[in-house]
Design a protein around this ligand. Sequence first.
Ligand SMILES: [Fe+2]
Length: 207
Amino acid sequence: MDTLEQTDCEDLFSTPLFRFKLPDAEAFNNDLLEEGRRLRKKSVGVEKSNYGAWHSSGSLFKSTSPCIKTLKTVAEAASYIATQNVSPKLEISTLKMDVFGWMNVTPVGGYNAPHTHPGAHWSGVYYVSQPAVEKGESGKIEFLNPRTDLPNWRILNSPTFGAKKAIRPQPGELILFPSYLVHWVYPNETDEERVSVAFNTTFEKRH
Ligand SMILES: [Fe+2]
C-alpha cells in the first residue's frame, strides 16, 4: 500500500475568537476612562448579567465624544474584518451594519454571569483597563464550547474539543466572537476597577 495522503481537513462549524490590538492606546484609554467617569455621574446605569458592576444605559455609540466616536469606528472595522474572514464571498456593501455599545465598570467582587447576546451577529469587548494580577482567574473572560458530547474527548486534550477557554485581554485589546457563544467573566479580585466597552454588531439587508 502506498503512503496514505491527506487530501483535506475542513474546519467544519468552527467558532472564531478574534483578537485585535490598538497600538499606543494609553492616551485614548485615559480619554475613555474620563468619559466613563462623566457618564457615571449622569446615570446610575442598568443591571443585566453584570453583578456589582456599572453598565451604562442606552447606546454608548450615540455619544458625540471624540473617543467614543473613535471606538465606534474601531468596533465597526473589527466587525468588517471578522465578517470578511468567515464569509469571504459576501458582498458586504449589500448589508447595513448596526453597532450598539455600552460601558462596563467592574469594581472588586464584580463579575458577569454566563450569557449570550441574542439577536446579534458579533459581540465584542474593548478593554480600557484591566487590573494586573500575578496569578488566579481574576478578570478573565471565559467561553464555553457550544458543542455537546464533549466529555469523552477530554482524554485527547485537544483545544478544539475543550469544554472552555479563558483569556485575560489587556488594555488596548479588542476581542470579537459570535454572539451565540456563552461567555462569562471571573470576579474582579483586585481593588482596582476593570473598565471595558462591549458591543453587539448586527447586520441587515439594505433595502
Ligand atoms: Fe457579554
